[in-house]
Design a binder for this molecule. Structure first.
Ligand code: ADP
Ligand code: MG
Length: 205
């Protein structure tokens, strides 16, 4: 097939590059025996990606190390494989793009790319408290994306705690309202995979 369409491989690798996934994570390497809040069947059902065509969102919520980013990235892999445009940002990175879009060509281009992507992952929502102006910008972004683009959000905070880092109850309600309207919410619990699979330099545990 790649000999018939020599550009498809090129476009594919360009799309992958622009997605800016921080690393490759797959469902095959996810231990569902360790993380029991979600079943393999449930994740496989999400792999058919009809939710992307319908612009549904997915929220992975839970404490650090339980596999939220891993599962988000494995869905991003599937989406890339099936030809969707995907973009990955941490909330911190997204805020930087939003704040500098008017003065930086790179940020303006990135924002344009995020706007036309089929799937945008916003990782690590809740780690960093937002200033009131930032919370407003975040709301505008979510609002602009809703019902057009699928979002995958990962957060170490439950929705009831979002007001703590967003700072304002009205904005929080408005953001959650847009986000949760068409959304799969996956609450994850358990121990940190990182801590349980701690590797020391000398190999002793
Ligand atoms: P979170 O985003 O919830 O903080 P990550 O998805 O980054 O956690 O997971 C932390 C590390 O542990 C990553 O390297 C990830 O690949 C790995 N990991 C987490 N959960 C599992 C799991 N159930 N099976 C295999 N690897 C896992
Ligand atoms: Mg993470």
């Amino acid at each position: 097939r790649s000999t018939l369409f020599p550009y498809t491989t090129l476009f594919r690798s360009l799309r992958r590059k622009k997605a800016r996934l921080p690393y490759v994570k797959t469902l095959e390497s996810f231990d569902f025996g360790f993380q029991r809040s979600i079943s393999k069947e449930q994740m496989l059902r999400l792999c058919d990606l009809t939710w992307i065509e319908q612009a549904y969102n997915i929220c992975f919520l839970g404490p650090p190390g339980v596999g939220k980013t891993h599962l988000a990235l494995s869905l991003a892999e599937k989406a890339l494989e099936q030809g969707h445009t995907v973009a990955f940002e941490t909330l911190e990175g997204l805020m930087m793009v939003l704040k500098t879009a008017e003065i930086s060509t790179a940020s303006r281009r990135r924002l344009k790319f995020l706007k036309k992507a089929a799937l945008v992952i916003i990782d690590e929502v809740g780690f960093m408290p937002l200033e009131p102006a930032e919370a407003n910008q975040f709301f505008s972004f979510i609002s602009m994306m809703s019902e057009k683009t699928s979002l995958i959000i990962t957060s170490n905070k439950g929705f009831d705690e979002w007001v703590e880092f967003l700072g304002d109850a009205t904005i929080t309600t408005a953001i959650l309202d847009r986000l949760v309207h068409r959304c799969e919410i996956i609450n994850m619990s358990g121990n940190s995979y990182r801590l349980e699979h701690h590797q020391s330099i000398t190999g002793k545990r």
